[in-house]
Design a binder for this molecule. Sequence first.
Ligand code: UDP
Ligand code: MG
Length: 327
Amino acid sequence: MADADRRRIAYVLPVYNEEENIGVFHAALVEATKARPDLDFEFVYVDDGSRDASLERLVELRGLDSRVSVVQFSRNFGHQLAVTAGLDLVARAGDADAVIVMDTDLQDPPRVSLEMIERWEDGVDVVYAQRRTRKDTPFKRATAWGFYWVLDRLASIEIPRNVGDFRLMDARVVAEVARYREHDRFLRGIVAHVGFRQEALLFDRDERHAGETGYPLRKMLNFAASGILGFSTTPLKMISRFGFAISAFSLLLGCYVLYVRLFRPDESVPGWAFLGVGMFMLSGIQLIMMGVIGSYLGRVYVEAQDRPLYTLAMVARDASPDGSAGP
Ligand code: UDP
Ligand code: MG
């Protein structure tokens, strides 16, 4: 079909109850991609167990446009897994040179994805869309700000702020992301963890075209927890810090009791001080011990995530005797 040196871009498009948006979205996307007749495009729609007619719309689209692929989940697995399934599909096929992930509610403008392609052609491996403005409620903005504040402080790697999953990834990044198999997924963190040359592209996020958000507060909180817990074991370590603080307090109290006993023979030690020493000391020791268990648990957790140890960007060495290059 396409000749060999044409580059191929695959779009991964998660869909959950978007029947009113799909038609408009696809038309807008196809229109935008017409600006690049030199590239081949594939549109991979992943239906995340929609309860409306989204799937029928997608199958119709496929009937009209053979570049459309459709994957259907058996139930709603959530946005992060829908995107993962699309990425896996493209990684397995191995024929795309770059992948663009975007929402199908027209909040991520298709023309921005074309700008991403230009940046990628300049040699950037990951181009992530960063919101210059967001048309969200003050509540959502405030919670998002708080979330990134905490994440910045706790996470072991730097995860950019005000960035969703709207991004372009070079094929080698997609292949790496496919090696991260943790169940509780925070994709933007995983992509940051993979490395390579990553740059932000500023854009103004639009309002949802129709329908309603598939991310109610409960899902947002779960998602925030995956981000923090997936990239940090600091909360576990905080237990022992707290334990040390309480132990220090009991030590001070102990000094006070001793002082009264030794140097003020005519006064008696108040009962609360005596009890306090024991109580604070015991609970401090308990917390420190729990923190010790927490540190081991943190290690078990990191091992259980079973992430790749490192990612090579390049290997320059003479071919091994069996002809394969490098380790
Ligand atoms: N989505 C999905 N599964 C879900 C929720 C959402 O695949 O369980 C898709 C949805 O169709 C959209 C994208 O993920 O393309 C972003 O979802 P949404 O617009 O609801 O989130 P928001 O923009 O409000 O954060
Ligand atoms: Mg949206």
